[in-house]
Design a protein around this ligand. Structure first.
Ligand code: FAD
Length: 338
């Protein structure tokens, strides 16, 4: 087990914010996760991190930061021929996708290049291009912090929703993830190419029926073109959640802005893309101090270099105020602000 005191979290957040924590602890095995659980007290502030790609640090953390370094992937076959891939919570998510694609196991390819680790994938229910990891997860294994008990959850127990799970709410800070098992197909089913501009990109390359590898490459290329690379410009992907508004509010807005994009939720609600709202307020590409709004995607806030977490929060507040003034809609951060 690795234990550090007064430790810099610069390498543990993709926003590239310099902040320290009082203590940093990393577990490499289930037994070490149990020892970590024993070290933690209910009074001490706790932050569990993966790669920190959904995290904004606004100050030094006066408590313990815990990180999983459990590595390894092993596979088994189901009677029906599917592959069950069990990965350590500290594995990089995209390495799992790469492994699946290389072996011809289908299901994870649309989730290519999403930053972060395996443990967080099961907390966040990561999703992209019409796919969600909840549709692959069969089992989540974790150590309960209060008791040190090893717990095994099936998919249903995690109560997955859109970018959501029980681990984000009533189970927040209750478990240290150890392993996640994903179920992949070995039979060739039609690939999901309908979402976003995947089809257009494939057409451009003259590919009618892509292989898993070709689909992964196209998705990686689209993502690299659209999103800033955190290694070059710090960011945490989509900073804001897309707001869901009541039908009356939506209809009034639609009259005023007929081109406003929207997604049907149910009879009473409609979802509006936060990126569109922010763009309409003139924020796309703008910089305030050392924080800014990405030029190609208004949903992404970036660290232009040396920004503090507070500078990013100030920018976030200014954007939220403008969206509220112009549209009467409250947008909220998706990123975990600490
Ligand atoms: C450029 C960019 C693009 C992105 N694109 C997407 C996208 O397309 N789709 C998408 O869904 N997300 C996207 N994200 C967001 C981010 O990649 C995901 O939320 C990812 O799952 C976070 O993983 P992480 O390891 O960095 O977790 P962190 O941000 O460190 O943590 C996320 C949550 O998981 C918990 N957690 C992490 N590890 C453990 C563990 N071992 N045990 C218990 N709890 C744990 C944390 O406490 C926290 O609640 C993007 C981010 C960036 C920077």
């Amino acid at each position: 087990m690795r234990i550090e005191e007064n430790y810099s979290l610069l390498k543990h957040n993709t926003f590239g914010i310099e902040a320290k924590c009082r203590r940093f602890v990393e577990y490499e095995t289930v037994e070490e996760a149990q020892q970590v659980a024993e070290m933690l007290t209910a009074e001490e502030p706790l932050l569990i991190v993966g790669e920190g790609s959904n995290l904004l640090l606004t100050a030094d953390f006066q408590g313990t930061v815990v990180h999983s370094a459990i590595k390894g992937m092993e596979t088994a076959k189901t009677a029906g021929g599917d592959v069950l891939l069990k990965a350590g919570s500290g594995e990089t998510w995209d390495d799992v996708v790469a492994c699946c694609v290389e072996n011809g196991w289908q299901g994870a390819e649309n989730l290519s290049l999403i930053p972060g680790e395996v443990g967080a994938s099961a907390v966040q229910n990561i999703g992209a291009y019409g796919a969600e990891v909840k549709d692959l997860i069969t089992v989540v294994e974790a150590v309960e912090i209060a008791t040190g008990r090893v717990c095994v959850f099936d998919n249903e127990a995690c109560a997955y929703g859109y970018r959501d799970s029980k681990f984000k709410h009533e189970w927040r800070n209750r478990y240290l993830m150890t392993y996640v098992t994903y179920r992949l197909k070995t039979t060739k089913a039609p690939l999901n190419v309908a979402y976003g501009n995947i089809r257009a990109e494939l057409d451009k390359q003259g590919i009618a029926e892509p292989t898993l590898k070709q689909l992964r490459e196209v998705i990686i290329a689209i993502r690299q073109e659209k999103l800033p690379d955190p290694k070059v410009e710090g960011n945490a992907g989509s900073f804001f959640m897309n707001p869901v508004v009541g039908r009356d509010v939506f209809e009034a807005l639609q009259q005023q802005y007929p081109s406003m994009p929207h997604y049907y939720i149910d009879e009473a609600h409609e979802k509006v893309p936060a990126g569109w709202l922010i763009d309409q307020c003139g924020w796309k590409g703008r910089t305030v101090g050392r924080a800014g709004v990405h030029a190609k995607q208004a949903l992404v806030l970036v660290n232009r270099g040396g920004a503090t977490g507070q500078e990013v929060v100030n920018l976030c507040d200014a954007i939220c105020r403008d969206v509220m003034t112009k549209f009467g809609i409250c947008i909220k951060p998706e990123v975990n602000i600490i």
